[in-house]
Design a binder for this molecule. Structure first.
Ligand SMILES: Nc1ncnc2c1ncn2[C@@H]1O[C@H](COP(=O)(O)OP(=O)(O)OP(=O)(O)O)[C@@H](O)[C@H]1O
Ligand SMILES: [Mg+2]
Length: 269
């Protein structure tokens, strides 16, 4: 199945139902992410981005349609599909090093196998010297770097990132984006990256999928033909500005449509 896309969503629909209350979160989503491709998903709040990612992670199942990883149906979480959330769920009682090696350790790998790799990854994410610190002694950006190191040490084929830098200040955020670019240039994992931030999506991704307001569908997919390796400097290039304007217009159109629809629904009540 090596030719299969790393991730495929086929006519995926997800409805949350609790008693009388029903929410159609996403509807009719088709998406294929090729192996080693970096795809970003952009869309208004509540349009179903996290719902999509959670289905790929295997935390939720679709109501209709199929979610596949490497050509096989996703039937639960797997270490091959690592997830990075906005707030890294670190173990407060473990040091940076022990948080990073927690995964391989619980998998029963011998320490000799993962220690050197973990030390290298800690260095890559700029945390050398902080190995014995505890999460409470770190800044938000440093905690997020531990979260990323903990994922990288597992060498996942697929990284699912749900607004991983959303809680960080602008400066730290841009450093983290550069770090992720570096990591990606080195390992070329398949990445599905969710964000609200147009520039972040265009800086990082090969392809940006813009979603509609809820129920979320893919409104348009835009290929980001900006050469790699990229750095923050590309954000001032004419091509970047053109793409930014295009995506901005798409999102604005969608927000206006959603606002008009909710005003109509309010009037009908
Ligand atoms: N477990 C759940 N049970 C019921 N409804 C849910 C559940 N998870 C999500 N929803 C609903 O599905 C819709 C989409 O939610 P989702 O979290 O996927 O949006 P999002 O695009 O990630 O939003 P944001 O940008 O704010 O993170 C929302 O209306 C939300 O209320
Ligand atoms: Mg979300």
């Amino acid at each position: 199945m090596s030719g299969a896309p790393a991730i495929a969503l086929e006519r995926v629909r997800k409805e949350f139902a609790k008693g009388e209350r029903r929410v159609l979160a996403v509807d009719d989503v088709d998406l294929a992410v090729e192996q080693r491709e970096f795809t970003a998903i952009l869309g208004p709040s509540g349009c179903g981005k996290s719902t999509l990612l959670n289905m790929v992670a295997g935390f939720e199942g679709p109501t209709a349609g199929r979610v596949l990883a490497g050509g096989a149906p996703v039937d639960g979480p797997s270490p091959a599909r690592a997830v990075v959330f906005q707030e890294p769920a670190l173990f407060p009682w473990l040091s940076v090093f022990d948080n990073v090696v927690f995964g391989p350790k619980t998998q029963g790998k011998p320490a000799a196998e993962y220690r050197a790799g973990a030390a290298q990854i800690i260095e890559q994410v700029g945390l050398s010297g902080f190995e014995s610190h505890y999460p409470a002694e770190l800044s938000g950006g440093m905690r997020q770097r531990v979260g990323i190191a903990r994922v990288l040490v597992m060498q996942p084929q697929i990284m699912l990132m749900d607004e991983p830098f959303g809680a960080l200040d602008a400066q730290t955020r841009s450093l983290m984006q550069e770090l992720l670019l570096e990591v990606w240039e080195r390992h070329h994992q398949t990445v599905l990256f969710i964000t609200h931030d147009i520039e972040e999506a265009l800086l990082l991704a090969d392809r940006v999928c813009v979603m509609t307001a809820r129920p979320g569908r893919i409104k348009k997919t835009i290929r980001v033909a900006i050469p790699r390796p990229r750095s923050i400097e590309v954000t001032t290039s004419p091509e970047f500005n053109r793409l930014r304007a295009e995506v901005f217009a798409l999102i604005r159109e969608e927000s206006l449509r959603a606002a008009a629809e909710s005003a109509r629904a309010g009037g009908a009540r």
